[in-house]
Design a protein around this ligand. Structure first.
Ligand code: NZQ
Ligand code: ZN
Length: 392
């Protein structure tokens, strides 16, 4: 196991009807003038924004609001949010929504105290200051409610880029599983795929002797395999929703990733797909991640056998371990298909002829990237090709 720091300062406020406590927690963390930031309307329609406003009124906290965050959130709305916060003297940002809303809120939080263009921080400059951010989560997926990351798409050129800092970790995150019951099945499945991908990015490592995090990873994956079909079949199943919602946070606040090298190439490859085609991040991962696994499995066949046997219930074939590894990957892809995810370019709406563009945007040049297995531009091209043609 490698040395590590684990910093997860967010207060998680979990359970039924907890959104009514938003005002109390904003006050607790020092907010006096709040921007309520939300998406395309689901939180208004469900009455959640009304609940949050009432709670802020009751706590005597002033607020303004900015809706309209799109999935794969855009820089254009971030600039609007920064101007609004400056004009209104906002000192606290409350994101009410999913990963896209939360990431947009984090970008605004970076931009308000910064004199230059907030995009600098999505182009490699470290985040030095940010307004405090908190969340009321409405979809279990990105894990942004506990992470220090934010991913924004620059509308000009549809360039999707990330930044990260502990300053962006939410002060509190309200997580009521019942709020996710209004999700369309497709979004539930996209979220489940993202949660599993966050675990796999950490599970595939060259670090040895990380039994505790291996077992935690497997617990999250087994939970997702059990609970996702239950909520797809029965969207109002609160208990299954609750397990998935907490799994989403645990998968990405890094408790399952400490002490080990991590990979993250599948996320990099996916961000180019959602950048170019504006598809849901989880759907892109469903196409990319099994393809990545097929391409890299020879790098450590036994680790893929561990996944196959412990997570997907495959029998270990000691005479032909690679057969076990391949069977595990096949079962992962079948699971994704069974919950309604696309598994190849055609099903996602991507085009094979765009692969050179995707590789160019990935921006690897003559270099290599990745933790588990270092990839160059040729490797990346091959993975996109596998993803283009994947079948069960
Ligand atoms: O905009 P509204 O109307 O709210 O609709 C949203 C959106 O269309 C809808 N939705 C959310 N909650 C709902 C609901 N519909 C009905 N009922 C509800 N309760 O779902 C759609 C997707 O929402 P979005 O926020 O885009 O989903 P998600 O949480 O998957 O976020 C995706 C974004 O997060 C980034 C992704 O790249 C993508 O841009 N990521 C952020 C990470 C982070 N900050 O740590 C890590 C991830 O790996 C990921 O890259
Ligand atoms: Zn993700």
């Amino acid at each position: 196991m490698e040395n590590f720091n684990f910093y997860s300062p967010t207060e998680f406020v979990f359970g039924k009807d907890r959104a009514a406590e938003a005002g109390h927690f904003v006050k607790k963390y020092g907010g006096s003038r709040v921007l309520i930031h939300y998406g395309g309307g689901s939180a208004v329609k469900s009455g959640l924004i009304g609940t949050v406003k009432k709670s802020l009124d009751d706590a005597g906290v002033k607020y303004c609001e900015l809706g309209g965050v799109k999935p794969n959130p855009r820089d254009t709305l971030v600039y609007k949010g920064i101007d609004l916060c400056k004009a209104e003297g906002v000192d606290f940002i409350l994101a009410v929504g999913g990963g896209s809303v939360i990431d947009s809120a984090k970008a605004i939080a970076i931009g308000v105290p910064y004199d230059g263009d907030f995009w600098d921080m999505y182009s490699g400059k470290p985040v030095e200051r940010a307004l405090p951010v908190a969340t009321v989560l409405t979809i279990a997926a990105a894990g942004s409610e506990g992470s220090g990351d934010s991913v924004i798409t620059k509308e000009d050129g549809m360039l999707k880029r990330a930044t990260g800092s502990d300053l962006l970790r939410p002060k509190f995150s309200i997580m009521d599983p019942a709020l996710t019951q209004t999700l369309p099945a497709y979004q539930t499945a996209c979220g489940a795929t993202d949660i599993m991908a966050h675990v796999f990015e950490r599970y595939f490592t060259n670090t040895t002797e990380v039994e505790i995090t291996d077992r935690l990873c497997e617990a999250v994956l087994l939970t997702m395999i059990k609970e996702t079909p239950r909520v797809i079949a029965d969207p109002d199943n609160y208990e299954a929703r609750a397990n998935i919602m907490w799994a989403g946070t645990v998968a990405h606040n890094n408790i399952v990733g400490v002490g080990r090298q991590q990979d993250w190439n599948s996320h990099g490859l996916e961000h180019e797909l959602s950048g170019l085609y504006d598809v849901a991040h989880g759907a892109g991962l469903a196409v990319i991640m099994p393809a990545w696994m097929e391409y890299v499995h020879k790098h450590n066949v036994m680790r893929f056998c561990q996944m196959a046997t412990r997570v997907f219930g495959c029998q270990m074939n000691f005479e032909d371990p690679e057969a076990t590894a391949i069977e595990g990957i096949r079962k992962f892809r079948s699971f994704l298909k069974s919950i309604g995810m696309p598994i190849n370019f055609a099903e996602l709406g991507a085009k094979e002829e765009d692969i050179p563009t995707l590789v160019e945007k990935f921006g690897i040049g003559d270099g290599k990237t990745g933790g588990f297995m270092q990839l160059d531009a040729h490797d990346v091209t091959e993975i996109y090709k596998i993803a283009a043609h994947a079948t069960l």
